[in-house]
Write a protein that binds this ligand. Structure first.
Ligand code: GLC
Length: 648
């Protein structure tokens, strides 16, 4: 819509930049989005004394980003636009890794691209790379300089070179923008400590405890054990800073439009390095309001929508992932609502599915997972999930109480059981993990541990018990398969493709020992990894099976996330989860047995969905044998079937 007041104003800013009124795609996109950008911006900053100045700055930031976009990225933008939601494709599979713990540095990573290609991974999430104080870094999520690569990893040039190399190899890259906070060593924080009021306004600073105490009444602790409370005293200036995460992570104040402009400029800096998906860290926290939990507030969504529109104008090939690990209904809102449906974050983590898979693995009962789908199925077309079983963080059991009740359990007892199952309190459990961030007030706790250790491999190896090792490997693959085929881009966590078990060496490092998430952030041992090449080793069994799953996924367009999933009613077979993915005439039926026993399910459950014998199982690469004259299908313990009608 042409806007008589706004468009001439924007033309004037572009002219100042020497961009002029350009008859090109950027100009068209900017003008098409300008009114919405203006409305969203005013919702946040209309009353702010720097509001108008900030708006001009915002448009300049967008124009600069478009102007500085390298030619190869303009070409990528075009190519992605041709594909219509390029990121929904079944041909993308990712891995998340710490560059230093994976292989040393960025240069070394460039020599490992064939490792990923061999596995079937063409998308890398490089964990935070920008400068962060070594002893107070939260794994790189306390950033002291958003534009200097930490020397541990190499240089900015190394990063640029790696991205070019990945681009040439047809791979995608994801980096983080840590939007909610900076390190207390960031230049802005240092100036604020020195009493510079401009920079104190970049944060939430208070002269005494009066307002922090009011805030604290409603703000839940994120790390109740290691970092209780949401404010920290800053000795240098005798004030209190808001620190929702650790005391060294200072929350940025987005009610100040300058903060938004600065951070948007950083977002574009990453976009113009060649980032394909930007992981927006902890977006649920970016707006604070006294008297609320300061999470998931409407203004946080407004900021994300604004960012999305700005990105759409200047660097449209970059998709946004909102790392909102919050209640299921709240997660869904990060895809946008109302007129912004599918126009906020392109991706969210499917944390609900991840957590309920762990729930199901512990109980052998799929009902909590199935009850949780009501929310997940609301995801709009055009947005997608990052699906995963493990990441660098803990596993939180943030799914709805209602889903647990619907499955017939009591939420408190049920969660307690899951915690006990994974943390070693039940000696019959095969899992070996630990509780993370136990909240003494609510007894809420999350879980740390690698995929392999939580699935029983560590205990089975200690006991040298062949049958238990076999079951642990099955559990690992069952968990992975379920997350690979449910829809969305699978994101493996490095080491899981080889069955890495917990690493307890973090306990000896004072910069890490307070945070047991480090037990599941391994340092890769490339000698051990070599074993993946030798048939019969555990590494080979897990690696080759993961590779096979990824290759099946890539061969089946029906797996692309086109909002094409329907869950099966498996009736009294509570151990079995099943869904059908449909695309045109193609139907893929995925069945997962989460129990330690073989299960026979009625074949009518599948034929009712329009799949017919003979059924071809992609996983076993054979026609699926039916039992009792075709009435039943058998699924082995902790196993799965990926079925299609075999057209003869
Ligand atoms: C995100 C990160 C987590 C970090 C937190 C604070 O949740 O995944 O590792 O501790 O943000 O930045």
């Amino acid at each position: 819509m042409y806007n008589r007041n706004l468009h001439p104003k924007i033309n004037a800013i572009l002219a100042q930049k020497g961009l002029g009124v350009r008859d090109d795609l950027f100009y068209a996109r900017l003008m098409a989005n300008a009114t919405a950008i203006r409305i969203l911006y005013r919702e946040l900053y209309q009353e702010h004394p720097l509001g108008e100045e900030g708006f001009n700055q915002l448009i300049q930031v967008i124009a600069d980003a478009a102007h500085n976009r390298p030619a190869f990225l303009n070409l990528n933008d075009e190519a992605k636009a041709q594909k219509d939601h390029w990121f929904l494709s079944n041909e993308i599979a990712g891995m998340s890794l710490y560059v230093d713990r994976f292989c040393g540095d960025l240069k070394q990573l460039g020599t490992k691209l064939d490792y990923f290609q061999n596995l079937g991974v063409n998308f890398l999430h490089l964990m935070p790379l920008f400068q962060s104080p070594p002893n107070e870094s939260d794994g790189g999520y306390a950033v002291s300089d958003f534009r200097t690569v930490d020397e541990r990893f190499g240089s900015l040039d190394d990063l640029k070179q790696l991205i070019r190399q990945m681009n040439d190899a047809g791979m995608y890259v994801m980096l983080d923008i840590v939007l909610n906070h900076t390190s207390n060593q960031h230049e802005w924080a240092l100036k604020a400590k020195n009493g510079d009021s401009k920079y104190q306004d970049y944060y939430y600073f208070y002269k005494d405890r009066r307002l922090p105490d009011i805030f604290d009444q409603n703000m839940p602790d994120i790390f109740p054990e290691s970092a209780p409370g949401s404010f920290s005293y800053v000795e240098e200036c005798g004030q209190w800073a808001m620190t929702v995460f650790h005391h060294y992570q200072w929350d940025l104040n987005y009610s100040n439009p300058q903060v938004l402009c600065e951070m948007l400029d950083t977002i574009f800096f990453y976009a113009n390095l060649g980032v394909d998906v930007l992981r927006v860290d902890a977006p649920a926290f970016i707006w604070k309001k006294m008297g609320t939990s300061c999470q998931n507030l409407a203004e946080a969504h407004t900021i994300l929508r604004l960012i999305k529109l700005c990105v759409e104008c200047a660097t449209p090939g970059m998709a946004l992932l909102g790392e909102a690990i919050v209640a299921p209904k709240e997660i869904m809102k990060y895809f946008g609502t109302g007129p912004f449906t599918a126009r906020e974050c392109d991706f969210a983590y499917n944390a609900t599915q991840m957590a309920t898979q762990w729930d199901t693995l512990a109980t052998g009962d799929t009902r909590v997972m199935r009850a949780s789908q009501q929310d997940l199925l609301q995801k709009p077309y055009g947005a997608s999930w990052i699906t995963y079983t493990r990441c660098h963080d803990d596993i939180g059991m943030g799914y709805e109480d209602a889903a647990i009740e619907q499955a017939g359990f009591s939420p408190y007892e049920h969660r307690k059981f899951i915690q006990d199952y994974y943390s070693g309190a039940l000696n019959y459990s095969p899992a070996k993990g630990a509780l993370f961030s136990v909240n003494p007030k609510t007894l809420d706790a999350r879980i740390s541990g690698t995929l392999a250790s939580l699935c029983g491999l560590e205990k089975a190896l200690e006991a040298k018990h062949e049958a238990d090792i076999e079951m642990a490997i099955r559990r690992i693959l069952l968990m992975q398969a379920c997350s690979f085929f449910i829809g969305g881009v699978p994101m493996l966590f490095y080491g899981d493709e080889l069955g890495y078990t917990n690493d307890y060496s973090y306990l000896k490092d004072p910069a890490k020992s307070y945070d047991n998430r480090w037990m599941h952030r391994p340092v890769m041992d490339w000698k051990k990894n070599k074993k993946a090449e030798k048939a019969g080793t555990i590494e080979h069994r897990i690696f080759s099976a993961t590779q096979k799953l990824l290759s099946i996924r890539k061969s089946l367009p029906v797996v692309a996330d086109t909002k094409n999933i329907s869950w099966l009613n498996t009736h009294h077979h509570h151990h079995v989860a099943g869904f059908v993915r449909t695309h045109g005439n193609q139907k893929l039926c995925c069945l997962f047995n989460f129990s330690a026993h073989a299960v026979h399910i009625y074949s009518s459950i599948i034929s009712d969905q329009g799949l017919h014998v003979p059924l071809f199982d992609h996983w076993q690469n054979e026609i699926c044998a039916m039992e009792a004259d075709g009435s039943f299908l058998k699924i082995e313990p902790y196993s799965f079937l990926l079925l299609e009608t075999k057209h003869l």
